[in-house]
Write a protein that binds this ligand. Structure first.
Ligand code: DQA
Length: 158
């Protein structure tokens, strides 16, 4: 089972930027915790961060045929990017959108996500812990998919 974690613009500045909104944890620390959890659960995990919209689109496309699930924080592009939305939709991989802050309690322009409607689910406003919740959520989603596939194979074999 492989999960790709994709982080959008300015998330490489976590721990430095707007600490009252995003807290003091750095992206490397969040990823280290996710890696530990993945290791404990036998999951392959791949981390990617980019400040560029097209690179994020490329990365999502590269997940096709490679990753079983995507955890993505498109950051500011969540609110603007039809290209990232279309890429998520195109690959049809279970995808969880994470926002560290509660975007619904912030400026109006952050309260709409272009990308969330094509994701399987969203985790919003839990701080960095949201990434851990996303990992747990993804394990649940993927095990349900595997159970359905096993049941279908069983039906075909009978
Ligand atoms: C964010 C929320 C976005 O509005 C913002 O542009 C970010 C981070 C979050 O995780 O809370 O960069 O996606």
């Amino acid at each position: 089972m492989k999960i790709a974690v994709i982080q959008g613009p300015n998330l490489n500045m976590l721990g430095v930027r707007d600490q009252q909104v995003y807290g003091p944890m750095r992206l490397e620390q969040i990823h280290a915790q996710m890696k530990d959890f993945a290791g404990q659960n036998g999951i392959d995990i791949d981390f990617y961060q980019s400040n560029l919209e097209g690179e994020i689109v490329d990365k999502i496309q590269e997940c096709y045929g490679d990753a079983d699930g995507i955890i993505i924080n498109p950051a500011a592009y969540s609110h603007t990017s039809i290209a990232i939305r279309d890429a998520i939709s195109a690959v049809s991989i279970p995808t969880i959108e994470v926002h560290i802050s509660n975007i619904y309690r912030r400026e109006e322009f952050r309260q709409k996500s272009m990308t969330a409607p094509v994701c399987t689910s969203s985790i919003i406003g839990f701080g960095p812990f949201g990434y851990h919740l996303a990992m747990m959520g993804m394990m649940q989603i993927l095990s349900e998919i595997q159970a359905i596939q096993r049941a279908q194979q069983g039906t075909v074999e009978e």
